[in-house]
Design a protein around this ligand. Structure first.
Ligand SMILES: *Cc1c(COP(=O)(O)O)cnc(C)c1O
Length: 362
């Protein structure tokens, strides 16, 4: 069996060792004669799975004591609704500020507007989201309940290199495409959320890290199963949660710990991205789509001179075992998503392919 190098943006590849472990214990989890997806979410065995996931995430992300880890139904975009429902009522003005750095930020702001008064505090839409815009909290009204940003812009290939200090206003970050790919000071944030399917596990579930003092503020209309307090009070088991996704995430976290943790994977990720950006930077053939000071380490985006060349690039790449490199329809071109699970060898193979393709077609 050959596995491709999978550059898909999400659902994305998972470490082979994790897939093999899941396969190996799929029919018979912990000697129970049943699969982990066939046992009660309230069993002692599953309790151990979720406790280990919590402990590993706390250790790997260095989460302070005053934060709770929640596993919330519905993936990342469900949090676009849950965040305003849980937090916009923090202050009577029911205001929130959104920093628009791409499509997901824009969709999040639009969804939040159902629940309150949303201000776009900064935007890079005018330059097709090729950068992170300047932002200064002094331009945000003091009665703003929270400020939302997208830490890594999966579609456009940009990221916040540093996060803004928002003073007393809680900062909320959508970290779907980069949680645990680089060291982050969790205490800078009120809420962090991430859909699992980029760096953490299968799709359909979000991991939410929330500061405890922000629980219990939800607007009354909030569905019980979108209220973060319900999840905090019931250890994310108020109803039957996605036990398989939580189990897979636990395996991914174990794998990450074996890799040396977040600072070790960050160094690997930086050098993987550099392999690709070096080719782009040393060529007039490949055209980077993000400003270099704002580039993502997870999603490398570039284009070719015309659609014909692009089509040829993508089809020859696929023949070489380089899968899912087509850019998002909003940007076009090529996008190489190189999350934690992408081995360096995959990036090296792509970089070599790019050099060869340029030689024959440049
Ligand atoms: C992929 C992605 C999403 C969407 O996730 P869903 O789980 O499909 O809702 C949201 N935000 C960011 C930053 C993403 O990369």
């Amino acid at each position: 069996m050959t596995r491709v190098f999978n550059f898909g943006a999400g659902p994305a590849m998972l470490p082979t060792a994790v897939m093999e472990k899941a396969q190996q214990e799929f029919l018979n989890y912990a000697g129970m004669g049943a699969s982990v997806i066939e046992i009660s979410h309230r069993s002692a065995e599953f309790d151990q799975v979720i406790n280990e996931a919590d402990a590993l995430l706390t250790e790997l992300a260095n989460i302070p004591d005053n934060y709770k880890i929640l596993y919330v139904h519905g993936g990342a975009q469900m949090q676009f609704s849950a965040v305003p429902m849980n937090l916009i009522n923090r202050l009577d003005a029911r205001k929130a500020a959104y920093i628009e750095t791409g499509n997901f930020a824009k969709v999040a702001a639009k969804e939040a507007a159902r629940y309150g008064d949303i201000n776009i505090a900064a935007s890079s839409e005018a330059s097709d989201y090729d950068c992170i815009p300047d932002f200064d909290v002094s331009g945000v009204d003091a009665d703003t309940s929270y400020i939302h940003l997208t830490s890594n812009n999966t579609i456009y290939g940009t990221r916040w290199q540093q996060f803004p200090n928002t003073g007393d206003i809680p900062l909320v970050a959508d970290m779907t495409s980069e949680l645990l790919s680089r060291e982050i000071d969790i205490s800078q944030f009120g809420i962090i959320f991430a859909g699992l399917q980029k760096n953490l596990g299968p799709a359909g579930l979000a991991c939410v890290i929330v500061r405890e003092d922000l629980l219990g503020l939800a607007i009354p209309e909030t569905p019980n199963l979108l209220n973060y307090k319900t999840y905090a009070d019931k250890h994310s088991l108020a109803n039957t949660n996605n036990t398989f996704a939580i189990y897979m995430m636990k395996l991914v976290l174990e794998w990450l710990k074996e890799q040396g943790g977040v600072d070790a994977i960050e160094a690997k990720n930086d050098s993987k991205a550099a392999l690709l950006y070096d080719v782009v930077d040393n060529s007039d053939f490949y055209l980077g789509t993000a400003q270099s000071a704002h580039r993502s380490v997870m999603n490398v985006t570039f284009n070719l001179a015309n659609d014909e060349l692009l089509g040829k690039f993508l089809s020859e790449a696929l023949e070489s075992g380089l899968y899912a490199l087509k850019g998002h329809r909003n940007v076009g071109g090529v996008r190489a998503s190189i999350y934690n699970a992408m081995p360096r060898e995959g990036c090296q193979t792509l970089a070599d392919f790019m050099l060869n393709f340029e030689k024959t077609n440049g």
